[in-house]
Write a protein that binds this ligand. Structure first.
Ligand SMILES: CSC[C@H]1O[C@H](OP(=O)(O)O)[C@H](O)[C@@H]1O
Length: 328
């Protein structure tokens, strides 16, 4: 089920806020529509945001044909619609470097993601036991990526290869991407899965023999520090305590070699109403947190599984050959 698509004079998208109750297809006809769809998480998931943003820039090129300053201003508005996921900026910049071929470049980005997801899934299969429990956080399936999914795609690839995995899924407050989207996609793919509240992740590791944890990413710094959905850092700490391998599944486009560590990753804070229960509760609502690279067992990428010799202090990329492979 494609979650974003090019639709002639608009960019089509599934309004992910309505899933899984109903499938609502919409058309972004203006730059305002594109920015709003990203900012309200109607379109969400780092790679999907990048693909949608790329199509949005192609639409802006049509709407502002002959007016390059207006087109570039529109592209920058799309680029800044959500700050944490680097895929959006990466995709917008790629399309901006294709003057006159914006739509074709956006379609290339979309097609590439399908192949990238497939390669990520293939790389992950050997990481899982023949039979076992695994755990994930948030949503990283086809709806979030435009392909087979990243972390969720790893579980699906292992399942298709005959491995018997049971996936424990964090509901992922406050917007419940796990409960609403990951459970829906895993059931569609035929994988056994169990929903847990976020605060049950640690006891699930303690009592349910979780053998591996795989989550997605929104931005990965040179030292391996990784921004992902809020709650991921706590899962990583519990995984380290229980000696459970903790993997990040992400494409090359999620690595940001311009920043040395997670300290430089902008963390989006969102509307208090997403969390608020009583009318005037004071709320702190960061949408992401940053897991230090030293808590990450490996990065599952289209280049294979990168086993990090990460240490906070190691400054030079060449000292980490696994990341160097990505930066060429
Ligand atoms: C493959 S999706 C990557 C990443 O994006 C999600 O964030 P959001 O739902 O706010 O767009 C989540 O952090 C996923 O792990």
């Amino acid at each position: 089920m494609d979650s974003v698509w090019y639709d002639g004079d608009a960019v089509g998208y599934l309004d992910q806020r309505a899933l899984p109750r109903e499938v609502v297809r919409k058309r972004a006809r203006s730059v305002d529509d594109v920015v709003d769809a990203i900012a309200t998480l109607a379109v969400r998931g780092a790679p999907a945001i990048g693909i949608f943003g790329a199509y949005g820039v192609a639409l802006a090129a049509q709407l502002h044909a002959g007016d390059r300053p207006a087109f570039e201003a529109a592209a920058q508005r799309i680029r800044g619609a959500r700050p944490t996921a680097v895929n959006l900026a990466w995709a917008v910049d790629r399309v901006l470097q294709s003057p006159g071929a914006e739509r074709e470049e956006a379609q290339r980005i979309h097609e590439e993601q399908r192949d990238v997801d497939r390669r990520i899934g293939e790389a992950a299969i050997e990481l899982f036991p023949a039979i076992g429990n695994v755990l994930t956080h948030c949503n990283t399936g086809p709806i979030a990526t435009g392909g087979d999914g990243t972390a969720l795609g790893c579980f699906v690839a292992a399942h298709r290869a005959g491995k018997k995995l049971h996936v424990f899924v964090d509901e992922t407050r406050p917007l419940l991407q796990g409960a609403r989207l990951t459970m829906f996609e895993l059931r569609e793919a035929g994988l056994p899965c169990t929903l847990i509240v976020d605060s049950a992740a640690a006891i699930t590791m303690q009592r349910k023999d979780v053998r591996a944890i795989v989550v997605g990413a929104d931005r990965i710094a040179r030292n391996g520090d990784t921004a992902n959905k809020i709650g991921t850092y706590g899962v990583a700490i519990a995984a380290a305590h229980h000696g459970i391998p903790f993997y990040i599944a992400a494409p090359r486009s999620t690595f940001d070699f311009a920043i040395e560590s997670g300290d430089a990753i902008p963390i989006e804070e969102r509307n208090a109403d997403e969390v608020r229960i009583a009318a005037d509760d004071p709320v702190y609502n960061p949408a992401f947190d940053v897991t230090p690279g030293r808590l990450i067992t490996g990065f599952i990428t289209e280049y294979g599984v990168l086993a990090p010799p990460y240490a906070d202090a190691v400054p030079d990329l060449e000292h980490r050959p696994c990341l160097a492979a990505l930066s060429r």
